[in-house]
Design a protein around this ligand. Structure first.
Ligand SMILES: [Zn+2]
Length: 485
C-alpha cells in the first residue's frame, strides 16, 4: 500500500521497528506463517525472509523511520549469511538501518540459529566449560550449560568481540540491539566474586545486567571509530521510574532503587533501551483527548511516569510492546499508546521510540499504528487533528479528508461518535464504493488506499461490529471471526 510521506528531521531520530523474523508476516500467503512466541524455529520459506523485510524496509523508507531490529537476523534455515546480506544490503541502499538482535550471553549470539562459529550453542559445544552455572524455575542446569554462556569466561570475551566485529565487517548493518537473556544468573566462582562487590542497596538484577553486557560494550567502545554513528542499543528490560512499585503488576515500570550504579560504570553505556510498556497508562487516554490538545494534562496523571522523570542513562531510547503478541493486542490499533509513548519519551529526553513492525500495512489497524508512529516521532507534541491533516492528508492526497478521518476515528475510539460522524462516514464510503462497482470508469489510482481506510472505519462505526482485528475486506454483516496473520 502506498504510504509515502514527506518527512523532515524527526524529534525522535533513533526510532525503529522491533521484530522477530518468524512472526514478521508481510507476505500473506506463506504456509510457514506463525504469530507468537520467541525462541522459535523459522518455519517459512528462506526467500520469504528477504521479501518480508524488503516490504518493511520500504515502509521505513516511505514514512521516515530510521531502522529495523531483527531478532533471528542470521539463521541457517532462512538462507544463512547470503540472505542476511541481501536483507541488510537492500535496507542500506534505501537508507534504512538494519539492527540485528544480538544475544550476548543467551539468545543465540551474533548468529542466532545454526551451525556457525558465532552461534551460542555452537560455541558451547566447542567450549563446554564456558557454560553458565545455574538453573531456574523454567530451565534446568543442562539448559543453562547448552544455551547460556558464563559472562566472566575469558574465551567468551574474545568470542563476542570477534563476533560483533564480524557482523559490522560482513553485513551492511546500521547498528545492533543487544540483549542478554532477560535475567541472566551465573553462580560460578568468578561471577559470584563480581556479584559480591555490588552495592547492597539495589537489586542484584543490575549487576547481572552489567556482567552480561560488559564484554560487548567494551568491544563497541574499541571499534567506535570504525562504526561511526551507527546505533547500538542495549535492553534494560525495565522502565526508569525511580523507587519501588506499589504492587506486583507495576514492577516493570520501576528501577527498584533510586539510580542503579551500573550507569557510569559500563563502557559506552549511553544508548540504553528502556522498556516503556509498563510505564505508559494502563488504560490509554481516549483519542479525542488528543484531538485538539497535543499535550493534555491527563497524560501526566500517571504514578508510574509523572512529569519531570528522566532516565539515569545519558542517552536512551524507549520500547513499547503495545500492539504486539506480548500485550495480546497484536492486531489492534494502539494509536493512543503510540502518541503517549512518543510525547512522554520526548519530554523525558529520550532519542527514539520503538514499536513492533511485524504486520503488513494492508491490515488497517497496523497501518494506522505505523502512520501515527511516523507522525509522532517527528512531531511528538502534535494533536490528532495535526496527524490527520499532515499525515493522513498526504495518504489520501487531501488534507481536509485526512483531518475528517482523524476526527471520526478519534471519536470512535473514545465512544463519542455523533450521528453526524456516522452519516458522514457512510456518505464517504458510499461515494468510494462507486469506484469498485462493475462497469465503473472512475480512475482508481490512489483511491484504493482511501477505500481501504474508509471501509475499515465504516465497519468499525457500525454498531454491530466492534472487533477491530478483522480482515479489511470482511463484509460488515459477516460476524464470524476471521483469523489474520
Ligand atoms: Zn559465571
Amino acid at each position: 500500500m502506498n504510504l509515502k510521506l514527506t518527512r523532515s528531521k524527526p524529534a525522535l531520530p533513533d526510532s525503529y521497528f522491533w521484530t522477530w523474523d518468524h512472526s514478521t508476516n508481510w507476505v500473506l500467503d506463506e504456509p510457514g506463517l506463525y504469530n507468537i512466541g520467541c525462541d522459535n524455529r523459522y518455519l517459512k520459506k528462506p526467500e520469504t525472509y528477504i521479501e518480508d523485510y524488503r516490504r518493511l524496509t520500504d515502509l521505513c523508507s516511505d514514512i521516515g523511520i530510521k531502522g529495523i531490529v531483527i531478532w533471528g537476523f542470521l539463521r541457517d534455515s532462512h538462507g544463512g549469511i547470503e540472505h542476511s546480506k541481501r536483507v541488510a544490503g537492500y535496507a542500506a541502499s534505501k537508507g534504512v538501518a538494519i539492527m540485528p538482535g544480538v544475544g550476548t550471553t543467551w539468545y543465540g549470539g551474533p548468529y542466532y540459529e545454526g551451525s556457525h562459529h558465532y552461534n551460542t550453542e555452537t560455541f558451547l559445544r566447542e567450549n563446554p566449560s564456558a557454560g553458565i552455572t545455574g538453573k531456574d524455575q523454567w530451565r534446568t542446569e543442562d539448559d543453562y550449560r547448552k544455551h547460556g554462556i558464563c559472562p566472566s569466561n575469558t574465551i567468551f570475551e574474545e568470542w563476542i568481540h570477534e563476533g560483533i566485529r564480524w557482523l559490522f565487517r560482513e553485513f551492511e548493518i546500521g547498528g545492533i540491539n543487544l540483549e542478554n537473556g532477560d535475567f541472566l544468573v551465573c553462580k560460578c566462582p568468578a561471577c559470584n566474586a563480581y556479584m559480591a562487590d555490588r552495592p547492597m542497596d539495589e537489586p542484584e538484577f543490575y549487576t547481572y545486567q552489567a556482567l552480561g553486557y560488559k564484554a560487548s560494550l567494551e568491544c563497541i567502545n574499541k571499534i567506535k571509530d570504525e562504526i561511526g554513528d551507527k546505533l547500538i542499543t542495549w535492553a534494560t528490560y525495565t522502565g526508569f521510574m525511580p523507587g519501588n512499585p506499589h504492587n506486583e503488576f507495576d514492577k516493570s515500570a520501576y528501577l527498584h532503587c533510586s539510580k542503579p550504579s551500573i550507569f557510569g560504570k559500563l563502557k559506552n553505556p549511553e544508548v540504553t533501551q528502556w522498556t516503556l510498556s509498563g510505564m505508559l497508562l494502563e488504560k490509554p487516554l481516549p483519542l479525542d483527548a488528543y484531538l485538539d490538545d497535543g499535550s493534555p494534562e491527563k497524560v501526566f496523571d500517571n504514578p508510574k511516569w509523572p512529569a519531570g522523570i528522566y532516565p539515569p542513562s545519558q542517552r536512551g531510547v524507549g520500547f513499547a510492546h503495545q500492539g504486539s503478541q506480548w500485550t495480546e493486542n497484536r492486531y489492534e490499533q494502539v494509536v493512543s499508546s503510540i502518541k503517549e509513548a512518543c510525547l512522554r519519551a520526548y519530554y523525558s529526553g529520550l532519542e527514539g521510540v520503538s514499536i513492533h513492525g511485524e504486520l503488513s500495512s494492508y491490515h488497517i489497524p497496523a497501518a494506522l499504528n505505523y502512520l501515527a508512529f511516523s507522525h509522532f516521532t517527528h512531531w511528538p507534541e502534535d494533536t490528532m487533528r495535526d496527524f490527520g491533516k499532515k499525515t493522513l492528508g498526504e495518504v489520501f492526497n487531501n488534507e481536509l479528508e485526512g483531518e475528517k478521518y482523524a476526527e471520526i476515528f478519534s471519536h470512535w475510539d473514545s465512544g463519542t461518535l455523533t450521528e453526524d460522524d456516522i452519516n458522514q462516514t457512510v456518505q464517504i464510503w458510499n461515494d468510494l464504493q462507486k469506484y469498485t462497482f462493475k462497469g465503473s470508469t472512475l480512475t482508481i489510482g490512489n483511491n484504493l488506499t482511501r477505500i481501504r481506510f474508509w471501509y475499515w472505519l465504516r465497519v468499525m462505526i457500525s454498531k454491530e461490529n466492534r472487533h477491530e482485528n478483522q480482515f479489511v475486506f470482511r463484509r460488515p454483516h459477516d460476524r464470524h471471526t476471521v483469523s489474520y496473520v
